[in-house]
Ligand binder design. Sequence first.
Ligand SMILES: *Cc1c(COP(=O)(O)O)cnc(C)c1O
Length: 379
Amino acid sequence: MFEETIEFIKSAYPEKKFIALHEPVFMGNEKKYLNECIDSTFVSSVGKFVDQFEEMVAEYTGAKYAIATVNGTAALHIALLLVGVEEGDEVITQPLTFIATCNAISYCNAKPVFIDVDRDTMGLSPAALEEFLQQNTGIKNNQCVNKVTGKIIKACVPMHTFGHPCKIDEIKDICDKYFITLVEDAAESLGSYYKGKHTGVFGKISVLSFNGNKTITTGGGGMLITNDEKLAKQAKHITTTAKVPHSFEYNHDIIGYNYRLPNLNAALGCAQMESLNAILKNKRELAKNYINFFYKHNIDFFTEQKETTVNYWLNAVILKDSQERNTFLKETNDMSVMTRPIWVLMSKIKMFEDCQSGDLSNSLWLENRVVNIPSGVTS
Ligand SMILES: *Cc1c(COP(=O)(O)O)cnc(C)c1O
């Protein structure tokens, strides 16, 4: 049924026997900087590459501050702690996300509340958010109280699915109105813009990931970005064991975390940042070819909305129903073209199935239909 699609994808990767969903590209100064880092002996938690990588990401995203972390999940954990998420609190997020979002909420001993996504962005729906808050919450002492559970909704974590920005300005306005702090999970959206601003700069503090499967990688790594100087200082402090600055004494003033990004990983990050624009250009080119192909073959390909620029990190098709999706998955994988269904909804994962949810019709609809297709490029 999908022979032509398989042929087309194979033609986009002529040199490959097995086509992976995504692969990192190392075409620039990666080896040079890694060697430099090893020669310096500063391979661990301090070194010039960490500072340089943070500066490069701050400049690229337009955030005032960037704080490197050991991975994106750790960055999410710290972001939530710093905006005051505490034991017993609730955090709104979308059920259509990677498990890391909900794990980080759990590390704070808080609970996720699941609100539906929009079909056109696959990200948190401002309309669903507003409706849920209107029907289920009240404001008390400048806090949003969930009338169903009696808990405080402290934060909201929308996610820019596969690099497609959600309607983040509308979400921000609603959060402001309800005294809920906005934290963006921009782990997938480095290089994606909403109304001319980089994703991640709308939230009080936001998170990027440099895991091996992301647009660029540090092996493992993450970044907190914020415009808030105080939060940035706290973020650096708490992710580096909360050591009180002193030339030889070891003293610590709060329970800190060893969530630093090693200099070795940051060296890789500096080289990858230099290649980012070239990688993004090639990803757009691949997406353009996909758009043309799928348009002709009457298959729904997930494309950019108005006023957004998408990094096309992970391409996706939306099939007609779960049966067609299953056929697509089987035929492609049988032919060594790796494809994968979208995540199982977080609201169905055992640890989160007792969490409160709004109406999740769009998430359920997408869960049955969305498949990721090969998205790797060379630089
Ligand atoms: C990749 C990712 C993260 C962070 O993952 P790490 O592997 O810890 O860097 C968080 N949220 C989403 C949605 C992701 O895709």
